[in-house]
Design a protein around this ligand. Structure first.
Ligand code: NAD
Length: 248
C-alpha cells in the first residue's frame, strides 16, 4: 500500500488537472454497501427497472418502500476519508470537479459545490415528478405514502414521482454526460475510484481520458474491467490509500 500511495502522490503532484471519477466503493466505509460485492445491494433485491416503475402502482409502491427502508439504514451516512481527500484536492484547485456514479450526495456533503459534482446516475436524496420535473423532498413523499397508503403522484400534473436517480432503462442525463465528457477531455490525470467499471456508458470516461493522453489510475480492492488500460492499478482499500490527501 505504501509504495502505491507514493506512486499515486507523485502522479497527483505532477498533474495539472486531476479528475476523480467515483463509484460505490468510495462510500462503503460510510456504511453504504455497493452493488456487486458480497453482501451488496443486488444480492438482496434485483433493481427495479424504469419500465417496471412506470408500469404499475404496485411497483412504484415497492420502489418507495425500499427507498424508505434505505433511508432509515443509510440516511445518516457521512462522508468518509475518500470523500474528504477529494474535497481537499478540490479546495487546493487540483481537481475542478468530481464525476460520480453514486447517488448518495456524499461528495456534496464533503464540501464540493453541488455544481461541481457531476452525477451520472442522479441523486437519491430527493425526488422529481417524471412529467413536470417539480422537486419533492423524501419526507413529503413518505408523509403522503403513509396518508394515502400508496406512492403519491404529483399534485400539480398527476405525473409519477420518483427519486432523482437514473434507473436501468432510463435515459442518461444529457447535460451531465456532456459535462463529464468536457471535464474528461481537460484532465491529465483521471482517477477511477471504487467502481467495478462495468456500467456503461459511465465506464467509457476512463477510456476516453486515456485515449486523450491522460494518465489513468484505477483504485479498487478488486480487479476491474479496465485494469489493462491503466497506467497504475492500486488494489487496496480506498480510505487507507486516500487519507494521506486529506488536509484541513
Ligand atoms: P459497484 O458495486 O459495481 O463497484 C464498486 C467497486 O468498489 C467494487 O469493484 C468493489 O470491489 C470496490 N470497493 C468497495 N469498497 C471498497 C473499498 N473500501 N476500497 C476499495 N475498493 C472498494 O459500483 P459502481 O461501479 O459504482 O456501479 C454500480 C452502480 O451502483 C452505480 O451506477 C451507482 O449508481 C450505484 N450505487 C450507488 C451507491 C451509492 O451511491 N453509494 C451504492 C450502491 C450502488
Amino acid at each position: 500500500v505504501d509504495t502505491a500511495r507514493d506512486q499515486l502522490a507523485a502522479l497527483v503532484a505532477r498533474a495539472s488537472v486531476v479528475l476523480p471519477f467515483t463509484g460505490a466503493g468510495i462510500s462503503t466505509e460510510c456504511g453504504i454497501p455497493d452493488f456487486r460485492s458480497p453482501g451488496g445491494l443486488w444480492t438482496k433485491n434485483a433493481p427495479i427497472g424504469f419500465d417496471e416503475f412506470l408500469a404499475s402502482q404496485a411497483m412504484r409502491d415497492e420502489a418507495w418502500r425500499r427507498r424508505f427502508a434505505m433511508q432509515s439504514e443509510f440516511g445518516a451516512a457521512r462522508p468518509g476519508r475518500g470523500h474528504r481527500a477529494l474535497a481537499s484536492l478540490y479546495r487546493q484547485g487540483k481537481a475542478p470537479a468530481v464525476i460520480t456514479q453514486n447517488i448518495d450526495n456524499l461528495h456534496q456533503a464533503s464540501g464540493i459545490e453541488p455544481e461541481d459534482v457531476v452525477e451520472l446516475h442522479g441523486n437519491t436524496t430527493y425526488a422529481l415528478c417524471l412529467s413536470c420535473a417539480r422537486r419533492y423532498e423524501l419526507v413529503w413523499v413518505q408523509e403522503r405514502f403513509v396518508a394515502e397508503g400508496h406512492a403519491p403522484d404529483c399534485p400539480d400534473c398527476g405525473g409519477h414521482i420518483k427519486t432523482a436517480t437514473i434507473s436501468f432503462g432510463q435515459a442518461m442525463p444529457e447535460v451531465e454526460m456532456r459535462r463529464a465528457e468536457a471535464l474528461t477531455l481537460r484532465c491529465d490525470l483521471f482517477l477511477a475510484i471504487g467502481s467495478s467499471l462495468v456500467v456503461w456508458p459511465a465506464a467509457g470516461f476512463p477510456l476516453l481520458a486515456k485515449r486523450n493522453g491522460a494518465r489513468l489510475v484505477i483504485l479498487n480492492r478488486e480487479p476491474t474491467e479496465l485494469d489493462h488500460a491503466a497506467d497504475l492499478v492500486v488494489r487496496a482499500d480506498i480510505g487507507t490509500v486516500l487519507e494521506t490527501f486529506v488536509s484541513s
